[in-house]
Ligand binder design. Structure first.
Ligand code: D54
Ligand code: ZN
Length: 276
């Protein structure tokens, strides 16, 4: 498991593009028969990807956690962005196809991942935050997810937000998780941009078509920086940073947060005219 320390706002404002990428971009999450994990000091969020092809891969117990097992003091949200796959948790199988999810609560001891077919492997995206209580393990199929359509083609930001783990959905301690799908012709996400000092956030860009990319914006609203992000890469967003992007074509992304509250609407927006 890779470990990312925090960086100060002042420091980030002086970063070169390479330093920004080393600090905030998670370049590789999905590799055949591997699990990649990255521990962020911001709200102790762990970002990961599991890509089982042949057989099962187990969720490891990284030494850094000093725990008896991964979910001893944590909860985990899983969304599949690949082919159909199975999440096995303490003997229970949850089969999930693309864009379906599983929540695993604190105390779940054995977790493993497998694909239904090696020709079309599952890509399990993982977000885990510290947990103080146990909420039940639960699967959520894509068809049953609460959605809200926002933006407009005129503003190049017509998109549908799918909320999976949130106050009115799957219950958790602090994890909030969902995804957003942009309509063809719409390229802007999260514009007007916002910050939420009370929560950090992570974006995983997916369904970015071959040869396309997303220009992700971060930093304080008056001190923005950019990172070019490819398909299946994630960006860590500190609580003081905006997190917004424009693609060279439409795309989708998974957003996930942890911190002080789980109130999705607790955002401090910046006027577009005030961004610098
Ligand atoms: O705090 C909330 C998150 O930044 C995202 O949910 C925003 C988003 O999906 C969008 O506007 O497209
Ligand atoms: Zn946000």
């Amino acid at each position: 498991m890779n470990y990312r320390f925090e960086a100060s706002r002042k420091e980030v404002s002086t970063f070169t593009n390479q330093e920004l990428r080393e600090q905030f971009l998670v370049e590789q999450l999905f590799e055949s028969n591997q699990i990649h994990l990255c521990y962020s000091a911001y709200d102790r969020m762990i970002v990961g990807g599991a890509m089982p092809v042949l057989g099962e891969i187990n969720l490891p117990n990284p030494e850094k956690l000093k725990a008896n097992y991964f979910l001893e003091r944590r909860e985990l949200g899983i969304i599949n962005v690949g082919g159909p796959g199975v999440v096995k948790a303490d003997g229970q199988n949850y089969e999930i196809s693309k864009l379906s999810a599983v929540y695993l609560g604190k105390g779940t001891q054995q977790v493993s991942f497998s694909s239904v077919s090696a020709d079309n492997p599952a890509l399990f995206y993982l977000l885990s935050s510290p947990a103080h209580a146990t909420h039940p393990n639960e699967k959520l199929d894509r068809e049953n997810v609460v959605t809200v359509t926002v933006g407009s083609l005129e503003n190049s930001n017509h998109r549908t937000i799918y909320k999976y783990i949130h106050q009115e959905g799957i219950q958790s301690c602090q994890l909030v998780m969902g995804l957003t799908i942009l309509e063809p012709g719409s390229v802007w996400n999260t514009m007007p941009a916002h910050v939420h000092d009370r929560r950090m956030e992570v974006y995983l860009y997916f369904d970015v078509k071959p040869g396309q990319a997303v220009l992700h914006l971060m930093g304080e609203p008056q001190e923005t920086k950019h990172i070019w992000v490819k398909n299946h890469q994630a960006v860590i967003s500190p609580p003081w940073s905006i997190h917004s992007g424009a693609g060279t074509q439409n795309y989708s992304f998974i957003w996930g947060m942890a911190g002080e509250n789980k109130d999705y609407t607790d955002m401090d927006f910046s006027e577009i005219s005030e961004l610098r």
